[in-house]
Design a protein around this ligand. Sequence first.
Ligand code: FEO
Length: 395
Amino acid sequence: MKRDVKNNISWVGKVDWELRSFHGHELSTHRGSSYNAYLIREEKTVLIDTVWAPFAEEFVRGLEEEVPLPKIDAVVADHGEIDHSGALTELLRRIPDTPVYCSANAVKSLRGQFHQDWNFQVVKTGDRLSLGAKELVFVEAPMLHWPDSMMCYLTGDGVLFSNDAFGQHYATELLFNDLVDQSELFAEALKYYANILAPFSPLVTKKIQELLSMNLPLNMICPSHGVIWRENPAQIVEAYGRWAAAYKENQVTIVYDTMWDGTRRLAEAVARGINEAAPDVRIKLHNTSLADKNDIITDLFISRAAVFGSPTINRGILTSLAGLLEEVKGLKLPAKKAAAFGCYGWSGESVAILNDRLRQAGFEVVDEGFRALWNPDDKALQSARAFGARLAAAL
Ligand code: FEO
């Protein structure tokens, strides 16, 4: 069902209330998501993006209720990932000659996924498509979020269709940013940035500078997921500017896993030691086998330091820590300080391994770490508290 956005712009996407994981099972989506597609009806009628493949038929049926499909003069495919291009096959089966405006890389990704030779019209930054009195201006945005990504800007209305950038995995019927719960909205926008866009922060900074240098009036930002930024759209651009610039809050996140509770007790003692030495620091603890991986990553993203704990098992570390650190390495979280701890019974390699993995993931390891032989007694817990206090000074 269409929703009015502004003047001749309608939202024709799909709100997916049930979605609980994205990118397969890589990213949790506790509050669902939406696949935003937009229909612009000026002298020419243009569709911007589509929806995820499971909703293709529903999408095309709904679109047909709004506009006879042959009246669509052009489709813009801002990004080839299937959550936005998934209904192209169903749509273009019905209107096969319709031009598809996209980046050169999107021709590769769309052909590679759908194996169709559609009527691709390659555009690059600065190219324009006349809709009559207004124009669509294309702005390539490689790596935000794929090499094929681009945005487009509608003159006259001052609306930026930003695709993945500035989005949130957030299902709502309210459509606009000023109508939803602000703490939910910003929690989801931050989680989205930390888990999807963080590795590309230098490119985010560059793209924001490029957009600002174009001096385009910005009345609204329409991303491809979540709400439309109608009220003060600059606020999400400013938030991205902060998040892309080695963002840190006064928080330390302690991430651990445990087998027989020893490393958990160490984690809590380390937290207490940090708190005693630095009472103003916010401390978060996560057991990596129990907490949501993407919530942990969001907490790591906003922290100024992190402490990782694992007991030694089979001369290694627990797999939940190993998996998390592999993902964190890829996300290139902005420079953080870190240290490691863990219990052991025999060989005791876990702390050294964690230190290595932390360095590989880009952390600055500020302490050689803390190990406790067997399950910690009161003396070991005191030492863990002292380790926490030492870290508070170094972190
Ligand atoms: Fe929402 Fe990169 O797709």
